[in-house]
Write a protein that binds this ligand. Sequence first.
Ligand code: PEP
Ligand code: MN
Length: 347
Amino acid sequence: MIIPKASKLDSKQIKEIEKIVSEFDCNILEIQGHNQCVYAILGDETHALMFKRIAGLSYIRKVDAIESPYKLMDRRSALSDHQVQVGISTVGKDSPFIIGGPCTIDPNEPRLYIDTAHALKEAGVNALRGGVWKPRTNPYSYQGDNKAIEIIIQAREETGLPIDVEVMDSEQLTIAMEAQVDILQVGTRNALNYSLLKEIGKLSAGTGSGVLLKRGRHVASPNEFIAAAEYLVAEGNPNVMLCPRGTTPALDGYRNHPDESITPLLKNRTWAPVVVDPSHSVGHAEYVLACSLSAIAYGADGLCIESHIDPARGIGDDPKQAITPKRMKELIASCREIWAHRYQVKD
Ligand code: PEP
Ligand code: MN
């Protein structure tokens, strides 16, 4: 990875570097960080001579060769001080970054979504979630509706909060990008869909939008999870948040196997913020608080929580796992206490 002295290379400098790397069958890719651009070397970047020639250029600060399956996501990479910005929040900076909202937006009941959005703003969330298109295990269950994107856009306009929407294919991605969705969510079922990850990384590069990458239900190791995120960053979007959301159930009673304890393992290996989803991890509204507190205690930077003003009237997962905005407010206060304690202990 190439790190220039200035915040960015100019076009003449890019041309000069491209000429050098092309002699070694490599190419470069610009990755726009918050304050600084870095340039990944694509191809076999083990050529010492190539490194030396680039490092010798007067406008280059350094050239890093990280031996890692995820050299951009690695803690030691030049992106290690990259911070993910969503709306006015820097994820994980001063308090837990909270995404809240229904599992699924009911296109026939827009008021329920809008009222939930206002109540959640009042409760203190930093971003709104809402499923426009749904990956459903049962093919006969509600699959989503393009109309719902208008409802979540309206909620963003009325509350001023950024929005998080899951996309599963190119068509949905195009609609979400046109709507300037602030966080593109990749669900557990697509967590290892490398073509989709590449497409999202490429199309969202330089737009400032974040990507919430859920952990695959069957993803075994932290490294496999981080390597999936590498696909997004390697295509040019470093605004990645890693989202553990439970894996294949081992405990009879939870929907999935809660995996918030993976957080410190991820944080030791990568710079990316971890935003845990307690709702899908446990699958029952009554256990969401405990899982959230545990996630923050383990070092999570934020939470993505299903919440609905009237869960019984919701669709998708809402009747069983959404918490009310009132509970959300209490949850945020408790999480902040643990967060503050965590920082005291650290200091
Ligand atoms: C969701 O967030 O509603 C969802 C479907 O999540 P997951 O992909 O984690 O199941
Ligand atoms: Mn859901």
